[in-house]
Design a protein around this ligand. Structure first.
Ligand SMILES: Cc1ncc(COP(=O)(O)O)c(C=O)c1O
Length: 507
């Protein structure tokens, strides 16, 4: 479990005005409630005027309450960018529970926290060491900060079409190579766990980084729950990370778009983080999102020891049931011997032996049992088990998977069972321009056939998972184009989602 930093008593923290706030209270939720109860003649934004002018169609859907509590920076609620009162209390309580020295609430998701963490550690021209399978937010952070990437190529399992994490020796090699070239390494960035739940050895990586005086930033978007059960991997902060960004809205229970940025120690300049967050976030943060972070923290702290027991049991039960279904494989740590730790609440099932793609299996599950997966890939589907998962839904999932297996084990499908491992998409990365140069370079559109060997001018990224196949500035390779054929139709944000054309840098 996360070790609680020393406070006045085990379950209380001291806030600046010397009030003792028990950690079972949600200061921001309480402040929002008290503020909404006032009989205020309001002449402020938002224009729905505390629900009085709320659009009826949405009121019918969600009721008036969300509008009544959708309040702006009123004096009694405090300001996110110079926190005091309830926001400060709520952030301190969160820091306490997650084992941080400072915690910032975010309304722009982990995306904005990653951008802030990279901008706060890397100045233009300085090097950021990161895995090539980083989330797009790390790429946009390099456009914003002017940092230059030194990519580590993750281990890749082509049968699963899944990338792993990075090893300490990869980090060490990257640091040594840059140092030998006389380059300044400003930060190391690691994603752990990955979308598929694969965890890197952060204890060893943080030890290495600190040996060289380099801060470690961890994209822990998928790991806000880590450390809150004896059989779960430790959290990034527990393993020595300096900054960890968590999507509280992913596995924990805050509202979508709400995340937290945690800091530990003093390698990173706290004031620079504040300035970056102020640069990146809306000047009108939603207090509903902020209050949902406060509420999610209380939910966790009320019951830290046991809150994940049921979810963990259900995850084990599901795995055991699925392992008995012919033709369906379960992603285990044995697939990645260098990465022995996988988040027990993230389940990935493969359909290769049935001759089915993840997309086909997903469609069958949806049509047959109305089962909705978190992530679908060429070879697999991934499911997130969380505090709301119930046995009834697990049984529906298992019965859906049984149906997928039975219908696909026909002679026709078995014959189709060709070994079609995918190509490793990141194996031959060649950088023509760094992300910031590529972002601002002149561009033109060419047909996909013409693009081979040119410098890509746009981000080509299947979403989810949000890991770019081609990053602006990279030379377009045959391997990348072949891989894109497999994931076509699932690309978001490209100028031509069907990929008959592509934007290149015109240099
Ligand atoms: C690995 C990873 N990092 C960061 C993010 C961004 O998180 P958010 O959606 O909270 O902005 C995601 C989103 O899916 C992700 O998968």
């Amino acid at each position: 479990m996360i070790e609680m930093p020393k406070s006045s008593t085990e379950n209380e923290i001291l806030v600046p005005n010397s009030q003792i706030v028990p950690d079972s209270l949600a200061p921001l939720v309480c402040a929002l409630e008290a503020s909404a109860k006032q009989d205020a003649a309001s002449f402020h934004f938002p224009g729905h005027n505390r629900g009085r002018a709320a659009p009826s169609s949405l009121v019918q859907l969600i009721g008036l309450r969300p509008f009544i509590h959708d309040l702006p920076e009123l004096p009694e609620l405090g300001n996110l960018f110079s926190p005091e009162g309830p926001i400060l209390e709520a952030q301190k309580q969160a820091a306490n529970v997650f084992g941080a020295s400072d915690t910032w609430f975010l309304v722009g998701g982990t995306t904005c926290g990653i951008q802030a963490a990279i901008m706060a550690t890397c100045s233009p021209g300085e090097y950021l060491i990161l895995p090539r399978n980083s989330h797009i937010s790390a790429i946009s952070a390099m456009v914003l900060s002017g940092a230059i990437p030194k990519y580590m190529i993750p281990e890749y399992d082509c049968d699963w079409d899944i990338a792993a994490g990075v090893t300490p020796s990869q980090v060490e090699k990257a640091i040594e190579e840059l140092k030998k070239d006389g380059q300044k390494v400003s930060a190391v960035f690691v994603t752990s766990p990955t979308y598929h739940g694969i965890c890197s050895n952060l204890s060893e990586i943080s030890r290495l980084c600190h040996h060289h005086g380099i801060p470690l930033i961890v994209d822990e978007a998928h790991g806000a729950h880590l450390g809150f059960h004896p059989h779960m991997p430790s959290s990034a902060l527990q393993q020595g990370a300096d900054l960890a960004v968590q999507s509280t809205h992913k596995v924990l229970c805050s509202l979508t778009q709400s995340s937290m940025l945690h800091m530990s120690g003093d390698i990173v300049d706290r004031e620079r983080i504040c300035r970056c967050l102020q640069t990146l976030q809306s000047t009108s943060p939603s207090y509903l999102l902020l209050a949902s972070l406060d509420a999610a923290r209380v939910q966790l702290s009320e019951n830290q020891e046991t809150i994940f027991n049921k979810a963990m049991d259900l995850a084990v039960e599901t795995k055991n049931l699925v392992k008995c279904i012919p033709g369906i494989s379960v992603l285990e740590s044995s697939s990645f011997p260098n990465f022995p730790v996988i988040d027990p609440l993230r389940l990935t099932f493969g359909f290769r032996q049935l001759g089915l793609s993840g997309y086909e299996a997903d469609e069958m599950l949806y049509e047959d049992q109305m089962v909705v997966c978190e992530l679908v890939g060429t070879q697999s589907i991934t499911l997130a088990i969380n505090l709301g998962t119930c046995r009834k839904h697990i049984l529906r999932l298992v019965s859906g998977l049984q149906h997928v297996s039975e219908t696909s084990l026909s002679v026709e499908k078995v014959e189709k069972r060709v070994e079609h491992s995918v190509l490793e998409p990141f194996a031959d990365i060649n950088i023509g321009l760094n992300p910031r140069e590529a972002f601002f370079a002149r561009k033109r559109k060419v047909s996909i056939g013409e693009s081979l060997g040119k410098i890509c001018g746009e981000l080509i990224c299947p979403y989810p998972p949000g890991i770019p196949v081609i990053i602006p500035g990279e030379i377009i390779t045959e391997r990348a184009l072949d891989y894109l054929q497999l994931v076509k139709g699932n690309i978001s944000g490209a100028s031509d989602p069907l990929l008959s054309s592509i934007i290149i840098c015109d240099n």
